[in-house]
Design a binder for this molecule. Sequence first.
Ligand SMILES: Nc1nc2c(ncn2[C@@H]2O[C@H](COP(=O)(O)OP(=O)(O)OP(=O)(O)O)[C@@H](O)[C@H]2O)c(=O)[nH]1
Ligand SMILES: [Mg+2]
Length: 469
Amino acid sequence: MSHNESASPTEGYTTSGDYTNGSTLPAIPNGSMRDVASSINGSANRAASLVSQQTYPTSNIAPPQVSRKQLMGYVGFANLPNQVHRRSVRKGFQFTVMVVGESGLGKSTLVNTLFATPLYPSKELPPPSAEPAKTVSIESISADIEESDVRLRLTVVDTPGFGDYVNNDSSWKPILDNIEARFDAYLDQENRVNRSKMVDNRVHACLYFIQPTGHALKPIDIEFMRRLHTRVNLIPIIAKADTMTDEEVTQFKARVLADIRYHNIQIFQAPTYEKEDEETLAENEEIASRIPFAVVGSTTIIKTPDGRTVRGRAYPWGVIEVDNEEHCDFVKLRQMLIRTNMEELREHTNLFLYENWRTEKLIAMGVEQDQSVFKEVNPAAKQAEERAMHEAKLSKMEAEMKMVFAQKVMEKEAKLKQSEEELYARHREMKDALDKQRMELEDKKRRLESGRPLTPEKSNTRKKGFLRT
Ligand SMILES: Nc1nc2c(ncn2[C@@H]2O[C@H](COP(=O)(O)OP(=O)(O)OP(=O)(O)O)[C@@H](O)[C@H]2O)c(=O)[nH]1
Ligand SMILES: [Mg+2]
């Protein structure tokens, strides 16, 4: 950043708010917040300056003739970006950066360098060159910063370094848990009835510190990044770049990028927009070309051989300046975070990382998204689908009717058979009765012809106990 870093730290903006741990406010380099304001406020300021009101002294100087014309057919949507912009400015921004990496790589030092003064409160005043103590727990530090009516709540989450234990297998777990807990807190707020005062504490950028070894990435770095890359915007950082020569840094950067690609690790890539002006495109390209940023951290003020006072590290062979773009990428990193890509980092967190986490969480809870709701409608396919459904319905109705018909026929047949049997039985009965009648008549006829009385003769009465003679 080519801003004047030596200007008074409070000039041009005011800071307010408090740290979560109650320390005094950090001083942000003047350029940094001017960067935030310029990135957010630039277009509106330009627009405002075009319509700014001019007053003229009530002397005899006549105001210039202004011809006013009514715009015909003005719709007003061109003002939309400004409306959105004004709302965001009024509401303020929340931006959270997390630093992660092996122990002793200078994470806490870089956080302090970013805020320009030590953030960590100390009971006694530390000596001027005091180093931050070893970080032992996840610490979050926030500062409310305001410039040109733009409010920004900047939070840095410092994490304890890993690598001190014999077994570092799950050292990524507490960090991932912290990132997800912040997603959870956001989801909770989304589910509330009143969502007007949402606090966004999600991690928008994660600076991953890599030891300046010059060799391939360590397995633990690969494991860490692979665990985190689906949950957070990863920005790889080569720590303590002052321990390498320029040539070594260039070679190591290429090596790290190749490893990252080989292991399919997603690092944050700023999107490029077609309609961007040349200056912005060049700035984006320059920033992208520096990834992984090779940084040097220091809050110590030292004197250069040519008499300037700078933040840096002094060596017998010279001074490494933190804020000198020729010496390291610290300035470019800060520019990316709080000027060039802050909005993209926030957007990518919200639209992709958080959304994916939310979907995975819902699926894990057994709530499945109905994908058919999102199916694209193809009229021909829809017609074919409807026809198939209609045909299926018709054939089902046909089958049902056939079944009913067959049943009815069976019932009728059964009934007919039953009446046939009844008729047959009756016929036989009548025939038997007729036969009997006919036999009786024939018997009578025979008797008459033979002269025997019609009434049957009294048969010999037998008396019980007597034999007939
Ligand atoms: N050479 C060099 N030393 C650095 C740099 N940044 C930090 N250091 C030194 O490295 C040591 C560790 O720095 P810290 O900032 O405490 O490291 P850390 O990553 O926070 O360590 P943990 O809290 O244990 O994870 C300190 O002595 C710093 O002065 C740097 O850019 N270059
Ligand atoms: Mg630390």
